[in-house]
Design a binder for this molecule. Structure first.
Ligand code: A3P
Length: 347
């Protein structure tokens, strides 16, 4: 009989009214059964249904002293930070960074949850090159822990899971870089992501998306508990807590903070080259990090990009007066029991 692994959280169906709000927003989507959630544990983290297959495996996976995890709520600057961490930890090996896509250098724990068996069947049926299709399925639609166990050290792991759903020994064993970002910019960026990936096909306006976001009805929500879990352990020696806004404001200073955390030193020349490599314009064009290769497989819509605007405060172009006030209240309510503050906010 297969070994039963310990997983301390319940995984539940959404409440009826949550399902109703969710299906209302997605009613005109071309994606039907695929994009639905379960609610995990007391904080009710929303995860795509396939997460249930791997929840216990992820929670129990052996972690190593040499691992570096980049942990974020989505759209907080994960990709940017991953490339930075990888290059620093690998002695600025730009050649390998160019030759090997970031998704292979730095696997993502829940990527497979976006793709189910029905997607696999359709994708295989519609692909002319079956070998390539099978390779892509192996890369993106297969649970992660088996692959991670076989990866040589040092491993680099991207996850959007909150710390409580990761191995309890993680922080005492491995290094963790957590990146946070103003939730209003995260919401705008997540909305565009939900339109970029055909598998998500969010059909509504930004306001429709925001209404789901603020009700904790999008993938990974609720937003604040995710950040607070990391904020509460930000002084742990194995934790580096960064803000996206900090990278935007002074990239060289942020790079030096990460270098220091990883025990690396940089000359001025090396720092300048790294900042140039990470600049928005260069990053956007960099095919090793910009996910453009997924276009060839028909997974992306034409008018959206993964590396999109790269600004702090862009939310102002999307929020009307009512949403602005609702967001202010929501942020104030959620910051009441914590000393967490976003760098550029007045509250
Ligand atoms: P926007 O959609 O607001 O532009 P993640 O990697 O967590 O999905 O985060 C994606 C966000 O980070 C996107 O935000 C993207 O444009 C931004 N980003 C990625 N690389 C960047 C860079 N080099 N400089 C500034 N922002 C960057």
């Amino acid at each position: 009989m297969a070994e039963q692994k310990h997983f301390p959280f319940e995984m539940k169906e959404l409440e009826d009214e949550e399902k109703a709000a969710f299906f209302k927003a997605y009613r005109t989507s071309t994606v039907d059964h695929r994009f639905d959630f379960v609610s995990v544990g007391p904080k009710k983290y929303k995860q795509l249904r396939r997460y249930c297959e791997e929840a216990a495996n992820i929670y129990n996976m052996p972690v190593r002293n040499s691992d570096v995890f980049v942990v974020t709520y989505q759209r907080a600057g994960t990709t940017w930070t991953q490339e930075l961490v990888w290059l620093l930890a690998n002695d600025l090996d730009y050649a390998t960074a160019k030759a090997k896509v970031l998704t292979e250098r730095f696997p993502y724990t829940e990527l497979f949850t976006f793709f189910d068996k029905k997607w696999e069947e359709d994708f295989l049926k519609n692909s002319e090159d079956k070998q390539m299709a099978l390779k892509l399925i192996e890369n993106i639609a297969t649970p992660i822990t088996g692959k991670l166990a076989l990866m040589p050290s040092p491993r680099f792991v991207k996850t959007h899971l909150p710390l409580s759903l990761l191995p309890p020994s993680l922080l005492d064993t491995s290094k963790v870089v957590y990146v946070a970002r103003d939730p209003r910019d995260v919401a705008v960026s997540s909305y565009h992501l939900a339109r970029l990936f055909k598998i998500m096909d969010f059909p509504g306006t930004f306001k429709d998306y925001w209404n789901l976001f603020v009700k904790d009805l999008v993938n990974l929500s609720p937003f604040f508990p995710h950040i607070k879990e990391a904020w509460d352990v930000r002084h742990h020696p194995n934790m580096l807590f960064l803000f996206y806004e900090e990278l935007i404001k002074d990239l060289p200073a942020a790079v030096l903070r990460v270098a220091d955390f990883l025990g690396k030193e940089l000359t001025e020349e090396q720092l300048a080259r790294l900042c140039d490599h990470l600049s928005f314009e260069n990053f956007r064009k960099n095919e090793s990090v910009n996910y453009q290769s997924l276009r060839e497989f028909g997974l992306l819509t034409p008018d959206e990009n993964f590396i999109r605007k790269g600004k702090a405060g862009g939310w102002r172009d999307y929020f009307d007066e009512e949403m602005t006030q609702q967001a202010e209240q929501w942020i104030a309510d959620n910051l009441r029991d914590t000393d967490l503050r976003f760098p550029h906010m007045d509250n």
